[in-house]
Design a protein around this ligand. Structure first.
Ligand code: DGI
Length: 446
């Protein structure tokens, strides 16, 4: 049987960083590459995002070369999920690339080791990244650009999960090396970090680093890597690429966290009215309740991409306003290495009251009203001018009585009711009196 612990001349090594933007991953990788002729694969250079495993496939491919003993897989891997992915991909593809007698050791280099650490390095990393941008010839970081960059960086901070050595996936590292980005003389943290890595590897895997480089060699490699980084600005270009390849949201909405309060209000209204409203067909509402046909989530659509593309001038302007206002967050989402969600909460809110319960035999909706047509506020309640609801009749689709009906059919129901050409026969409404105030979170929907 194969001894997985064995390290011999056939052993190959992969290095996975755990970091956030600006920690010096690339600089450190370049120092090591420079000194030992190791491989370096950068996530930012991979444009085929469809096959995400390509990052590991390319790394394994490089490892097949006789003179490449080690490859640095340059990606932030700031979450458990991403680290787990890397380990899974190695398992999945190693046999495809490497011969049966090649074993792989996986080394983690953790640039940030705790949430406290993260707080300590925010300033250093932001300053370095902004400085990197200022020096650039073509892409000057004006204020707006800075906001974007910090927006991208803070997305990584929010999601950051430090290494937990005692659990999956971090207990799979054969060696974990802890680094420091904000050490006493953080002017050269990448130099110090490279030394730490080299020392620890030399000690544990002398076959990988049989001989320590001299201080001179190290300092030269550091200078070259820093110099290479600053004029080339590879990262800014990549950030900029990501800006142009920004995700396009499908719509912006105001989502209720909890459906119960609204359902209770509807039931209350039905109860109050059912005794004195003859001629109203309550059957659809009863069906909704009996068969629990409520929409999975309750939201008011604020602006939809279809309105942005094909709507009237006001709709188009509003869509642009939403895109502009949420640009930092859209940029930040686009810059994530991967994401599966399609709904992203923002810090903004919409307050509303209930106006009318509307229904026919196909759909049930609640028309809502805002105090101000500029219905969106930030978390401190300050109105964001220009963000109105694009729909003429703002509403929440409550439930579809027939699964073939699209939620957008609520628009035509509300329109019919408000035009008062409600054909009386088939569409109905009840007014909410003294509605309570509701608060919903503005969300981006992909
Ligand atoms: O985003 P990362 O790959 O983690 O970070 P990077 O290697 O691109 O480094 C971010 C910026 O910081 C870049 O402009 C180079 C610079 N930098 C990296 N290490 C050091 C450094 N600057 C100084 N002064 N000292 C360092 O040790």
């Amino acid at each position: 049987s194969i001894d997985y612990e064995k390290v011999d001349s056939n052993t190959k090594f992969l290095i996975f960083p755990i970091a956030v933007i600006g920690c010096g991953k690339t600089t450190t990788a370049l120092i090591l590459k420079n000194l030992f002729n190791w491989g370096h694969i950068q996530n930012d250079d991979i444009h085929n995002k469809k096959d995400k495993a390509i990052l590991i496939k390319r790394s394994l491919e490089l490892l097949t070369k006789d003179d490449t003993k080690c490859v640095i897989v340059d990606r932030n891997n700031h979450q458990f999920r991403e680290r787990k992915q890397l380990f899974e991909w190695v398992e999945q593809y190693k046999e495809q690339y490497l011969s049966y007698d090649t074993n792989i050791k996986i080394i983690g280099i953790s640039f940030v080791n705790s949430i406290d650490d993260l707080d300590r390095i925010k300033n250093v990393t932001v300053n370095r990244v902004l400085q990197r941008g200022d020096n650039h010839q073509t892409i000057q970081l004006n204020k707006y650009g800075e906001r974007k960059v910090v927006g991208i960086m803070s997305g990584f901070w929010k999601r950051f999960q430090p290494v937990a050595e005692d659990r999956i996936p971090d207990n799979l590292f054969d060696l974990l090396i802890k680094l420091d980005v904000n050490n006493e003389n953080h002017e050269n943290s990448s130099l110090i970090n490279s030394m730490t890595i080299i020392n620890e590897l030399h000690e544990k895997y002398p076959i990988l680093i049989p001989k320590m480089p001299t201080t001179m060699e190290l300092e030269d490699a550091f200078k070259q890597s820093i110099e290479f980084k600053i004029p080339s600005k590879t990262k800014e270009m990549n950030m900029n690429n990501k800006l142009t390849k920004k995700i396009n949201p499908a719509y912006f909405s105001a989502n209720l966290d909890n459906k119960d309060k609204l359902i209770v209000a509807i039931m209350q209204l039905m109860e109050d009215d059912s005794s004195n409203n003859h001629g109203i067909n309550f059957e659809p509402l009863e069906k909704l309740l009996d068969e629990n046909l409520f929409q999975p989530g309750f939201h008011i659509t604020l602006s939809h991409v279809a309105q942005g593309k094909r709507g009237d001038p006001r709709d188009k302007i509003l869509w642009k306003e939403y895109l502009k206002e949420f640009d930092p967050q859209l940029t930040e989402i686009s810059a994530r290495d991967n994401y599966q969600e399609t709904l992203f909460k923002t810090d903004y809110r919409v307050k509303f009251k209930l106006d009318k319960l509307c229904w026919d035999d196909k759909i049930v909706a609640v028309m809502v009203k805002f105090e101000d047509t500029n219905c969106v506020t930030d978390k401190d309640n300050v109105t964001i001018t220009g963000l109105e609801c694009s729909n003429k009749f703002p509403h929440i689709t409550i439930g579809r009585l027939n699964s073939d009906i699209k939620a957008s059919y609520s628009n035509s129901l509300c329109e019919r009711i408000m035009k008062d050409d409600a054909d009386g026969e088939s569409s109905y409404y009840l007014n909410f009196n003294d509605s309570e105030e509701f608060v919903a979170d503005v969300c981006i929907n992909l």
